[in-house]
Write a protein that binds this ligand. Structure first.
Ligand code: UFG
Length: 330
């Protein structure tokens, strides 16, 4: 099997490439290196630097490589930025996905596993969130991903396309062996930010609001280890190849941790005290997002194993403390 990984130089995509290669797949990576890192790409993957919106380039890759299936991670993913620059998100995430689907149709490549997001739900009415929850995104990022889900759905009605959309909750951690990990610039995610504070790279962590309707007043999120998340992609690919019908699945751990609990856990793991400041709420943050992952467990036979928050933070700390400047390509 030859799998095309779009965005295979990014945080999540690079973890996928490693697992695919460990599972004896041939891997082709396409990445424009805007946010990805060349050094994060496994040495056994074939690498093409280019942008998926460049149809001639993408056609050329499909022509040369005889792709069997696609994992699509290449997208912008900052909620706040998407509110400020919506067209940037619709252009890369939605139009980029359209070009990809057109080229897949053209080359009769019929399997795709797509990175979607909990941001498609907006402010959920029911916790834990199941896939039946209405999708009412509250920002362009979530909308741009939902549009891709809809394009796949309508397209699959009239072509041989089979897709799985995986709605991620809060992805964190790194490979246990520490060879790859998370490196965003700027960093906006809670766990790496708290780790940067533990490393002395930040003076403090600002908690975005402590007046939410939760036990300690801070926002609750469902953190999932990147390795468990990627394992679900491999299962989804296998499901499609074995004739599974197109579908949407949540990927989360079904347990929520507050911002304060995350900071406490980083303190426990690192044995370093972290200076915390209570700030304003961040616009658009729902108070509580926790997934029901029952469907992925039942249908894909997904069995996440790195579910302890200590483990997730330990693996993230291992990467960051050994690579305090991230990838050496800035
Ligand atoms: N937070 C802080 N201080 C910080 C950074 C974050 O208090 O310096 C809080 C946020 O307010 C939020 C929680 O920590 O309550 C987690 O924030 P992240 O930015 O790490 O993650 P989000 O939950 O905002 O977003 C993540 C992904 C998005 C995805 C979303 C879906 O980054 O791409 O989950 O739920 F859309």
């Amino acid at each position: 099997m030859k799998i095309l990984v779009l965005g295979g130089a990014g945080y999540i995509g690079s973890h996928a490439v490693y697992q695919l290669i460990e599972n004896h797949m041939e891997v082709v990576v396409v990445d424009n290196l805007e946010t990805g890192h060349r050094a994060a790409v496994h040495k056994d993957a074939v690498f093409y630097e280019g942008d998926l919106r460049d149809k001639a380039f993408l056609r050329d890759v499909f022509e040369k490589e005889k792709i069997d299936g696609v994992l699509h991670f290449a997208a912008y993913s900052l909620v706040g930025e998407s509110v400020q620059q919506p067209m940037k998100y619709f252009n890369n995430n939605t139009y980029g996905a359209q070009v990809l689907l057109e080229v897949m149709n053209e080359f009769n490549v019929n399997y795709i596993v797509f990175s979607s997001t909990a941001a498609t739900y907006g402010e959920p009415k029911t916790i834990p969130i199941t896939e039946d929850e209405p999708t009412l995104p509250t920002n362009p990022y979530g909308e741009s991903k939902l549009m891709m889900e809809k394009m796949m759905k309508w397209n699959s009605n009239v072509t041989d396309l089979n897709y799985v959309a995986l709605r991620y909750f809060n992805v964190a951690g790194a490979r246990e062996d520490g060879v790859i990990g998370e490196d965003h610039s700027p960093e906006t995610h809670l766990i790496p930010i708290v780790i940067e504070a533990a490393l002395g790279q930040r003076d403090h962590v600002t908690i975005f609001g402590d007046d939410y309707d939760t036990a300690d007043g801070t926002c609750i999120r469902d953190y999932i280890h990147v390795e468990d998340l990627i394992n679900a992609h491999l299962l989804a690919l296998d499901y499609l190849i074995k004739g599974g019908t197109s579908d949407v699945f949540n990927l989360g751990s079904s347990r929520g941790f507050s911002v304060k609990e995350i900071i406490d856990t980083v303190e426990t793991v690192t044995d370093i005290k972290i200076n915390r400041i209570i700030g304003e709420r961040r616009a658009g943050d729902p108070g509580r997002l926790v997934a029901s992952a029952d469907k992925a467990k039942a249908v894909l036979k997904w069995n996440p194993t790195r579910t302890e928050i200590n483990q997730i933070i330990t693996d993230a700390w291992n990467w960051h403390s050994n690579n305090p400047q991230g990838w050496d390509d800035k």
